[in-house]
Design a protein around this ligand. Structure first.
Ligand code: KG4
Ligand code: ZN
Length: 357
C-alpha cells in the first residue's frame, strides 16, 4: 500500500508564526498530525496594532523553533514529507517573506515540490480539515483584512459575489474595541464585553443595507460609534454600545447573507448547498448563531471551521497545499511574496472606493 501524502504547511502572513503537518487519508478528511501556532499578541499590545517590522523579526526568531516543534509532534521523519506549502500572500510583505523563504529552503534541501498558497484560500478550505465539503459552495470570508461572499467553484476557482467597500469586519471589530478602550486584539474581547450590555440601548446605522447587492460597508458604523463614545460616561453605557454594535452586525449579516444566497443560486442550480463561514470573525458566537438561522431558513447547510482553525494557522495552508499537490500544481522557487494576492481575478478592481453600488 502506498503511503498517503504528507504536507508541511507554513504561515507567517501577519502576527502568527505557524507550522503544521497533515496527511491525506482514505476518508477524504486529512489527519492533522501537528498544528503549532505561536501568537505575537504580547509584542503588539502596547502599540495597539501589529507593527510589521516587529512581527517580521519575531517570525525570523521563531520559525525554526516552531517548525522543529511541529515536526517532532507529528512524529514524521522529514524524508516522508511529500511537499512544502507556504503562504505567498496576501499579508504583510516583510512577514510573508520569512515563511516563504523558509519553505523554499526546506523544499530545496529535501528536493520535494514547493507550493505557494493564498492565505484566503487557506481560510476558504479550512473546514475540509474536519468536514466533507463538495464544490461549489458559498463562502463568507470574514477576517481582519477581508470581508467577502464568494462562490467557491473548485480549487483556485472563485467568483466574488460581494465584498466590503471600506473596512473589513475584523478591522471594524478591532477599531470599535479601541474606541471603547478595549486593548488589542480587540475583536474577541469586544464580543465578551457586549455580553454585559443591553443591545437595544443604541440605534446604529446599517450602511448600504438595501442596496449594493451583497456588498458590505462598516465605516459609517464606526463613525456613528465614535460620536456616541464622545458623549457616554459610564462603563455600563460602553457595554450597551458594544452590545448594540454586536446586534447591528448580526442584523447586517442576516440581511446580506440572504442576498448572497439569491446571487449564489443564480449561478449554481443545486437545491441544497453548503455555506462556509471562515476567517477570524467566524469565531464570534452571536455571528455563528445568526448565520446558522439564516442558512436553515434558506435551505443552506452552514459549516464553520473548528474554533482553533478560525484564526490564522498553518493546517489550513497545508490543506490547500494537499489539494494542489494532488492536482500537481507546484510553484517554482522564485515565486514572489504578493501582499495583495487576490482570490479571484476581479478582486483587485473591486477593492476600495471605486466599487459601484
Ligand atoms: O483570520 P484572522 O485570524 O487574521 C486575518 O487573516 O485577518 O482574523 C483576525 C480578525 C481580527 O480582526 C480579530 O479581531 C477578529 O478576527 N476576531 C473576532 C473574534 N475573534 C477574532 N472578531 C469578532 N469576534 C470574535 N470572537
Ligand atoms: Zn487570516
Amino acid at each position: 500500500m502506498t503511503e498517503k501524502p504528507i504536507i508541511l504547511g507554513i504561515e507567517t502572513s501577519c502576527d502568527e508564526t505557524a507550522v503544521s503537518l497533515i496527511q491525506d487519508s482514505n476518508s477524504g478528511i486529512p489527519k492533522i498530525l501537528s498544528n503549532i501556532v505561536s501568537s505575537q499578541f504580547d509584542i503588539h499590545t502596547e502599540f495597539g496594532g501589529v507593527v510589521p517590522e516587529l512581527a517580521a523579526r519575531s517570525h525570523v526568531e521563531k520559525i525554526d523553533l516552531i517548525a522543529k516543534k511541529a515536526i517532532k509532534e507529528s512524529e514524521v521523519n522529514l524524508d516522508k514529507v511529500s511537499a512544502i506549502a507556504a503562504t505567498a500572500g496576501p499579508g504583510l510583505i516583510v512577514c510573508l517573506t520569512v515563511g516563504l523563504s523558509f519553505g523554499k529552503a526546506l523544499a530545496s534541501s529535501l528536493d520535494i515540490p514547493f507550493i505557494g498558497v493564498n492565505h484566503l484560500e487557506g481560510h476558504a478550505l479550512s473546514p475540509k480539515l474536519h468536514s466533507k465539503l463538495e464544490y461549489p459552495y458559498l463562502l463568507l470570508l470574514i477576517s481582519g483584512g477581508h470581508s467577502q461572499y464568494l462562490s467557491v467553484n473548485g480549487l483556485g476557482d472563485y467568483k466574488r459575489l460581494g465584498t466590503t467597500i471600506d473596512d473589513a469586519l475584523g478591522e471594524a471589530f478591532d477599531k470599535i474595541a479601541k474606541l471603547l478602550g478595549i486593548e488589542f486584539p480587540g475583536g474577541p474581547k469586544l464580543e465578551k464585553f457586549a455580553k454585559k450590555g443591553d443591545s437595544h440601548k443604541f440605534e446604529l446605522p446599517k450602511p448600504i443595507i438595501n442596496k449594493g447587492g451583497c456588498n458590505l460597508s462598516f465605516a459609517g458604523l464606526k463613525t456613528a460609534i465614535l460620536r456616541i463614545t464622545q458623549k457616554i460616561k459610564t462603563e455600563q453605557e460602553k457595554f450597551d454600545l458594544a452590545a448594540s454594535f454586536q446586534k447591528t452586525i448580526e442584523e447586517i449579516l442576516y440581511i446580506k447573507t440572504k442576498v448572497a444566497f439569491e446571487e449564489f443560486r443564480k449561478i449554481n442550480s443545486q437545491d441544497k448547498s453548503s455555506f462556509v463561514v471562515a476567517g477570524g470573525v467566524a469565531a464570534n458566537k452571536g455571528i455563528r448563531e445568526i448565520l446558522i438561522k439564516v442558512s436553515k431558513e434558506n435551505n443552506f447547510d452552514p459549516i464553520f471551521p473548528d474554533l482553533k482553525l478560525c484564526g490564522d494557522n498553518a493546517a489550513m495552508i497545508a490543506m490547500v497545499g494537499l489539494e494542489k499537490f494532488k492536482a500537481k500544481k507546484f510553484d517554482s522557487l522564485d515565486l514572489p511574496a504578493n501582499p495583495r494576492l487576490p482570490l479571484d481575478e476581479n478582486a483587485k478592481f473591486l477593492k476600495g472606493a471605486g466599487v459601484k453600488i
